[in-house]
Design a protein around this ligand. Sequence first.
Ligand code: SAM
Ligand code: SF4
Length: 346
Amino acid sequence: MIDREKLSTEELIRFLDEKDSIKIEELLTTAYNIKVKNIGSKVYLRGLIELSNICSKNCLYCGLRHANSNVVRYELSQEQVLDAAMFAWKANYGSLVLQAGERRGSSYTKQITRLVRKIKALSNGELGITLSLGEQSKEVFQEWFDAGAHRYLLRIESSNPDLYSKIHPQDAHHSWERRVKALLDLKEVGYQTGTGVMIGLPYQSSLDLAKDLLFMKEIGIHMVGMGPYLTHSETPLSKIVHKNQGLELTLKMVALLRILMPKINIAATTAMQVIDPEGREKAVLSGANVIMPNMTISQVRKDYQIYENKPGIEDDAAISKSKLEENLKNRGIEIGWSEWGDSKAF
Ligand code: SAM
Ligand code: SF4
């Protein structure tokens, strides 16, 4: 039996480094049982719409970084986003995630505000809206919250400021302290606040990952989306040789987080599906309870490649939806249709 209260940094590292497959299986099953006991066995779906790949930042790992001139930049029209939102609503998805590169400025802020209001109006307030639009001022977070967004995802990427500085340019636009401040601002405004980290980064140790888990607990986060780091050959970080960790380390992270935080929402992310076609389903069986199927129109999916080998770039929303439902059904996993699936930790 794993005792949550006794999961010290050393214990966490021991689990993260565990090689014995029986002990690993035990950990994943314990986490699954804790999830079922605390929040039930259902999986909640959030339709993911990748609004735009335009980004002002230069994170060293991301294919969308500003300096990558090979990317064909796009921005969906309000009409295209509303069509995708309508599809998600009619398909009984309880909520949406609107994600994009990071942009600032008052006309951009207002554009998002209008979009959030319109999505709320078209679904009679039924579609929940999660934003993932990077670091913004507290005033902007407030404006979007007032317009109807109620969840926000902003990964800390790594809770170790030294590691953060190795995977971001050394300038004022990429500050670990500012990212933490943004997370605290989001909580204060009243969002269900999500964060997360990349797993298997160059320079990252098991101690870093253990501390990531404890950081998420200490900051009192409501939702987490974490996944394996995957390379993109047009980024500086891809030139650093590192050991590919496979899915197992990510599953251990999901399981340990579920044990530490039994009531939060944990996403089974697309990056898990890249290293294992059934990665997301395996994560659900290790404690995750949210999946974000891609609802972005197929014409632009190939241009939103934060890493290479992104799955389903040829698919449209209907195909992504039916493939996922089929996979979940085959594994006996029930979907929470038309439910917001709010974090029980909120
Ligand atoms: N621009 C916003 C931001 O950075 O918060 C939201 C979009 S960004 C593409 C979403 C997430 O993608 C980031 O938080 C990062 O963790 C993840 N990401 C970017 N490049 C990645 C890579 N090469 N491998 C795995 N995840 C990556
Ligand atoms: Fe931009 Fe987000 Fe990619 Fe960083 S991770 S380059 S902020 S899209």
